[in-house]
Design a protein around this ligand. Structure first.
Ligand code: ZN
Length: 426
């Protein structure tokens, strides 16, 4: 997950539910997870500690100093540091970043001491450059998705090549292994949600930090705020490598750890199989000549593979896989040209007698098919952007979809749509 907003965003999770069925991410989850945490959670016989948040911060204690895995969003970092420093005040020898998203890197300046090494996978450099290159775009998209004020745009220190400030001073390609005190830290390249994802394996504790390649929802194979393809087969291969290590505990950077070797195998096998199922069904449909919308509508997980859609959604993932493989062209020659669908919408609405009758039809559809009603209001407003009936129908369609939504990202965009209606009415 990538959050760069200075908003206190977090999903609820139950720290006490360890080893129980995983708490699921979703729209109904309270924000500010971990805000009431009084004490760091303890695992692996008191060697690993967790501060809960979006995302989590972990501390591993060794006889020669401490290692931090991920550092959360900057606003969460002081609370996390206080919780973990109550356990140990030994020197922080290393900070390992599972990937370069802001909800994992925000606390680095707070944790870094003179002599602390910051470790990342080599693709972190380009991931951070990419985030810097598109800083303005993501400021708007993240503000909508997470219903927060647009992030202050940070002046790019190097606008010519869009380079981000370096973060890690140790970068590796496939594997970076070091020993500290009595523990081995095996950092392994595990591309999945991002190309720079790494996992940390501590063989002495049979503990694995999985970053964002697993959380308690179907993954965001495509995130609505915009992302390059997150190849489904990368997740599958990386999770296979985790399963082969036979961990006894798997610690994700969001949600609660998966505890117990059998539980780890069961949960991660199901997760891998769910991703593979959606991938294979999409590829099969593509090869059969089916269009992306048909596949978004029809591909569903079988019951034994349902892992929840509180954060990622199957339909967006289907489209992410389809367009990740094929790009944006849909085979309709009309799509080759810069004439926007909205231009055609406006023509058709005028032929239908204007936005009024189209809005009335949308209003009639709200109860039965709010997504189609929403599309019709897009058409009506393309012709008449301030039409009151079209704005009212749009509001009702958005409210209906919001009431039914169990997905936090979907809810965020529906709320952003409602804010857009309010702004158009002013
Ligand atoms: Zn994340």
């Amino acid at each position: 997950m990538r959050i760069v907003l200075a908003a206190a965003l977090a999903f609820g999770l139950a720290g006490s539910a360890l080893g129980q069925p995983q708490e699921r991410l979703g729209a109904g989850q309270p924000l500010g997870a971990g805000a009431n945490q009084a004490k760091a959670l303890s695992f692996a016989g008191g060697r690993i500690f967790q501060a809960i948040g979006f995302g989590n911060t972990f501390m591993v204690v060794t006889k020669a100093g401490d290692v931090i895995v991920d550092t959360s969003l900057a606003p969460n970092a002081p609370r996390h540091r206080a919780l973990l420093r109550a356990v140990s005040t030994a020197p922080v020898k290393d900070i390992i970043l599972t990937h370069g998203h802001g909800d994992h890197t925000g606390g680095v300046p707070l944790w870094k001491e003179p002599g602390t090494h910051v470790i990342g996978q080599a693709n972190e450099v380009e991931l951070r450059n990419y985030q810097t290159r598109l800083e303005g775009f993501f400021a708007l998209r993240n503000a909508a998705q997470y219903n927060a004020p647009a992030m202050r745009r940070i002046a790019n220190p190097n606008p010519g090549d869009y380079a981000a400030a370096p973060l890690a001073d140790v970068l590796f390609d496939k594997e970076y292994r070091f020993r500290l005190g009595d523990l081995t830290f095996d950092c392994l390249a595990m591309p999945g949600e991002t190309p720079d994802m790494l996992n940390v394996w501590i063989p002495e504790l049979k503990a694995l930090f999985i970053g964002d390649n697993y959380y308690a929802s179907f993954p965001n194979l495509y995130t609505l705020r915009g992302t390059p393809p997150r190849p489904a087969l990368n997740y599958v291969q990386s999770i296979d490598k985790v399963l082969a290590l036979k961990p006894e505990i798997v610690l994700p950077s969001h949600c609660v750890p998966i505890v117990g070797p059998a539980n780890v195998q069961r949960v991660l096998t199901q997760y891998r199989d769910a991703i593979l199922y959606v991938h294979d069904a999409t590829v099969r449909g593509m090869n059969e000549g089916k269009d992306v919308f048909t596949l978004m509508k029809t591909i569903k997980l079988p019951p034994q593979l349902e892992v929840g859609e509180g954060y990622g959604a199957i339909s967006w993932s289907v489209r992410g896989i389809y367009e990740g493989y094929a790009g944006w062209f849909d085979g309709d020659p009309a799509t080759m040209y810069a004439t926007a669908p909205g231009e055609a919408y406006a023509e058709i609405v005028r032929l239908a007698g204007g936005a009024g009758p189209v809005a009335a039809r949308a209003e009639a559809l709200v109860a039965g098919d709010p997504a189609l009603a929403l599309r019709l209001t897009s058409a009506a407003l393309a012709a008449e952007p301030a039409n009151a009936a079209a704005l009212a129908a749009r509001k009702h369609a958005l409210e209906r979809l919001l009431a039914a939504s169990k997905n936090s990202n979907e809810s965020g965009w529906l709320r952003a749509g409602l804010a857009g209606v309010e702004a158009a009415r002013r």
